[in-house]
Each structure stands twice: as C-alpha cells, then as structure tokens.
Design a protein around this ligand. Structure first.
Ligand code: SF4
Length: 207
C-alpha cells in the first residue's frame, strides 16, 4: 500500500530498501503493541496454521506455502496467509475457509476505521478474489480498549473500493516497470497516513 501514499515510496521500497530510516524506539514500541494485540485476537481463532511461524522473513515463499495449505480439503484458518496475483503479494492477517467461502480479517490496533485501513483491506480483497475465485467476506478487527476488540463486516465498503484499487495496482506496476525513480517533492504525503520510511533520504534531496 506504500504506492497509495506516494509512488516514490513504492519505488524506493522495491529498488532501494537500504535507504529506509531505521525504526525509532517509539515506532518499535508501537509495533510490539500491535503484535501483542494481534496475538490476543488470534487466540479466539485457533486452531490455525501460522504461515509466519513456519517461514519467518522468507516472504517469497508465502504464496506457495499458502497454496499448499489451501489445496487440502476442509475448513481451515491461516495466519499471515500469502496470496499473490499479477505480481502483487498480500499477507492476510487471518484467512478463514468455511465450506466454499472465505473470510479475510485485517487486525489493527487502531480504534478507528480509517480510509487507509479500508484501502489495505480492499487491496487484499482484490488479490484474494483473483486467487481464490470464490465468495469472500472482509472483516476488520479494531481495538475497543486495552482488553477488548470489535469485529466489523466491511465487505460492502471493500467491494466498492475494488475497481479503484485495481486501477491503482495497474498504475503502480507501470511505475515499477519503468524502473525510474519518480521525481516527487516532500510534502504532506510524507506523514499521512503514516510517517514514510524514506523521509531522511528525500529530505536531503534537492528537487
Ligand atoms: S519521504 Fe515523502 S516524497 Fe519521499 S518517498 Fe516518502 S512520502 Fe514520498
């Protein structure tokens, strides 16, 4: 989803990831908190296959491993399922198969359903629809307070975003295929919806 925030961030993430600023202590603390929240939610969905526990950082293998799991018959739940279509790999926080239908769950420690969360979910829906070729429902799991969370069905919102996300994917693939770093000046996009990992690099450039 980096490309939605800034096409240059997408390009740098793919071609020059070494230029990322290392995470600050504050960001690391937020990430740890997010992982704890995710673990709490996932307890209610066990038993499940945790793809990330098996493969760790070998992201190139996630889609193939997930495909192998889905080839087996019966209902199942996968954590961090990898789905890939048209060179786009998405990792789904939780993927459930019930009969011939699938449920996608996006887990966020946020208490608010923001446009960027909906865009994330829509990107996963677009890829999942192409890979799974089956009915799909999308859900978001948001924090209510320190101990509680709420699951909301966002299927309609996500399906209505699908056409614009599909067009966005095509545009982003073209940017990557051109192989030229986009000339984009720093601006409000560098902090919205998230602080960009490349601010130190871009801040030192004269455009
Ligand atoms: S720092 Fe700003 S201009 Fe540079 S890649 Fe990130 S969002 Fe784009």
């Amino acid at each position: 989803m980096k490309g939605l925030q800034c096409p240059k961030a997408l390009f740098l993430n793919v071609y020059k990831p070494r230029l990322k600023t290392p995470f600050s202590a504050e960001t690391k603390a937020l990430m740890t908190d997010g992982r704890k929240f995710e673990a709490t939610v996932r307890e209610a969905f066990l038993p499940a296959i945790d793809v990330s526990k098996t493969l760790g950082p070998k992201f190139a293998a996630y889609a193939q491993f997930t495909k192998g799991c889905l080839a087996k018959e019966g209902d199942l739940t996968l954590f961090e399922a990898g789905l890939e279509h048209n060179k786009v790999l998405v990792l789904v926080d939780m993927l459930k198969r019930i009969g011939n239908c699938y449920e996608l769950y996006e887990i966020k420690r946020s208490t608010q359903l923001t446009p960027s969360i909906l865009n994330d979910a829509a990107m996963q829906y677009v890829v999942a629809k192409n890979v799974l070729q089956a009915p799909i429902q999308s859900f978001v799991v948001l924090r209510v307070n320190e101990y509680d969370y709420q699951i909301t069905d966002i299927s309609q919102a996500v399906a209505s975003l699908a056409p614009s996300i599909t067009a966005e994917i095509e545009q982003q693939l073209q940017i990557l295929a051109q192989g030229k770093e986009p000339l984009i000046a720093t601006g409000p996009q560098c902090n919205s919806p998230y602080p960009c990992d490349f601010k130190s690099y871009c801040g030192g450039l004269l455009l």
